[in-house]
Ligand binder design. Sequence first.
Ligand SMILES: [Zn+2]
Ligand SMILES: [Zn+2]
Length: 381
Amino acid sequence: MQFSREAYPAKVTTATRGYSVFVQTAAFWHTAPHRQHTRDIGIRPQFKSSRAARWHSAALGYTLLSYLLGWAGLLAGNAWLFLPAAVLLGHSLVIAAYMIHECAHNTVFKQNRHNAALGTALSWLCGACYGRYEDIRYKHFRHHVDNDDVVWFDYEAFFRSHPRVYAVTRGLEWCYVPAHDYLMHALMMFSAFIIPQRRDQRGRNITVLALRLTALAALLWWQPLAFAGYVLAYTLMIIVLRFMDGIQHDYPYHLRLFSDEVSEHKGDAEWEQLHTFSNVISWRYEWPNWLVLNFGYHNAHHAKPTTPWFELPTLHRTLFGHDPDTVVRLRPQLQMYHRYRGYRIFHDAPGLSPKEGRDFLQAAQRAELTGGNAASFLTAF
Ligand SMILES: [Zn+2]
Ligand SMILES: [Zn+2]
């Protein structure tokens, strides 16, 4: 399987100074258990380029700072700080999640193992550490290489065979509670006990559960308001991630994560672009897209997956031009998210017919699509 396509940007210039203690610690913990890697511990992670050093450091610095400030605000026990602190903490989780995506594509450091170390550390931050980082990376690469939504969990079949769970989930979704994704994240927490192919991770799964649930239980006991703030922050992360994921492809999912079945469109770059869509926060200004690390520029990302987040807007305009009709603007995205919130599980909104390719893009621009809920790269099954 060809994982990395071309090196972009091709020029890897300078090593960097000023990377954080966080990254070094992450690299240490990632490599320390493996004896064959012990000689690498002393090698400092080097960013891919001086631009990468600047922009990735800014994103990582922001993630850490907002994470710490968010928790400090929640733990202060001040009711006035509750909402801003929860939003700040939630946004730190969003950026952490998108930095995992950057690590998965090895856009941050020169050495893949340093990207893996950082991705692993960040997965602890955003609660995606119950399984292995490698599983997240593998499933996401299948998404890119197979041009498919390659999964193990058949949530449609699950909801069909559990109608009461479906009714409750749909009701909560109607109230803007991301219940479908709560279910996905709950599965993630117990994935080694649910997915037969991940049985070998049971020890790890139990350890992570014990650590995180103990910490959360302690928080609930001593600072129930801070606990509520964390739940809110985590919910915000889930909502932002799925809002961005929801209309980026018209692929149906296929249960091929653990099978050798080859996807019909594997390697077909033209088909891939026709069935991939870019949903931006702002077309006119760049900075609002930084709130999601430019994740909306999904056509550009699929065209050159090794392009770091800070170069995606330029790449989009280089490849697809300056026409705003190449993207879905924020307004129709919000309209769809609101209007079809009860229909995103089975895509069964009355009056809407299934769309593909160019028709899908135009329907999205008219806010006439349901979108999906459960395509997050964090839930790797
Ligand atoms: Zn994609
Ligand atoms: Zn990707």
